[in-house]
Ligand binder design. Structure first.
Ligand code: SIN
Length: 311
């Protein structure tokens, strides 16, 4: 009776849960494992034009309430992920998958997107405007002028279904300003949020990751309130054609329920997937369905975005 099926960017998925870019998505083997789990789909590791080794290790650390990472966009390069996705279009024509990408410069981003545009890829594309971990490269989406310029240029030639991965914003004025920009474009979705950038975790008087003297993106339980706030702030402000993916602090079915209540159409799991493995999808699916059954909700549209306020 209870369905957690969803639609995003015009495509249908039988489960609204999926991985967050960065977790279980570096290789074809990892992507295939997510595909064959109960997750509704997968997103690839953010692809740059060419292979990148990323930052020196150790660059990811689980910590009690979440994780800290400064991976530095290690990935196999666009062709690797695109080839795999094109292969899947032949073998799994009824499913839709997500390609995450960004260039190391605006020119490279355009080069990548032009290649995707020219390819036969017919899934969803997530442009990552929020990586906090490449030394010397700020998170693009914190610079509203650059973000608007990039989106303006992209939509002059790009016609495939595109969304953007956002960093968390922390100020109501920034929600307003960012939403006003995003509403100018035919985006299919925004994904809120990437890690909270440049946190510091200390153990025995020492940092726990090597790059950037220990500064890294924070994920997991620490970030749920920030993630929910961003999901809901954009749900309130964006035109209805721009859907929301909720990411951040999803440990349980209740967390996924809250993301949907705040307006998310799809929910991504990052740190919990890293810590628990693929079994997390099954557990969180069952927990979410149990909450919905208890409340008498049959589908996620019955409560999506219906967060109640106080009088
Ligand atoms: C990384 O590779 O550094 C993480 C990617 C991201 O946060 O966007």
């Amino acid at each position: 009776m209870v369905s957690i099926a969803t639609r995003l960017g015009g495509f249908s998925f039988d489960n609204c849960l999926m991985n967050a870019a960065g977790v279980w998505c570096m290789t074809k083997e990892e992507l295939a494992a997510v595909k064959d789990s109960v997750a509704g789909t997968f997103v690839t590791k953010t692809a740059t034009l060419d292979y990148r080794a990323g930052n020196p290790e150790p660059r990811y650390q689980n910590v009690p309430l979440g994780s800290i990472n400064s991976m530095g966009l290690p990935n196999q390069g666009l062709a690797y992920y695109l080839d795999y996705l094109l292969e899947l279009q032949e073998t799994e024509p009824n499913r839709t998958f997500v390609l995450s990408l960004v260039g190391m410069s605006p020119d490279e981003t355009h080069e990548i997107l032009r290649r995707v545009e020219a390819s036969d890829f017919n899934g969803l594309i997530e442009l990552n405007l929020s990586c906090p971990n490449v030394p010397g490269k700020p998170q693009i989406a914190y610079d509203f002028e650059t973000t608007e310029t990039i989106l303006h240029e992209v939509f002059s030639y790009f016609t495939k279904p595109l969304g953007i991965k956002l960093p968390p914003y922390f100020d109501i004025v920034h929600f307003d300003q960012a939403a006003a920009i995003f509403n100018k474009f035919p985006l299919k979705f925004v994904n809120c949020v990437n890690s909270i950038g440049n946190g510091l975790y200390i153990e025995d008087e020492q940092v726990v990751i090597k790059p950037k003297n220990g500064f890294g993106g924070i994920g997991g339980e620490y970030i749920k309130p920030t993630a929910l706030a961003n999901v809901h702030a954009f749900y309130q402000r964006l035109k209805p054609e721009i859907q929301i993916i909720g990411t951040g602090g999803v440990l349980t079915g209740r967390d996924a329920f809250e993301h949907i209540l705040c307006g998310a159409s799809m929910v991504q799991i990052g740190t919990t997937l890293q810590k628990e493995g693929l079994a997390a999808f099954e557990r969180i699916t069952e927990e979410l369905q149990a909450i919905m059954a208890e409340k008498g909700y049959e589908k996620i549209e019955d409560f999506r975005g219906k967060l109640r306020y106080m009088d």
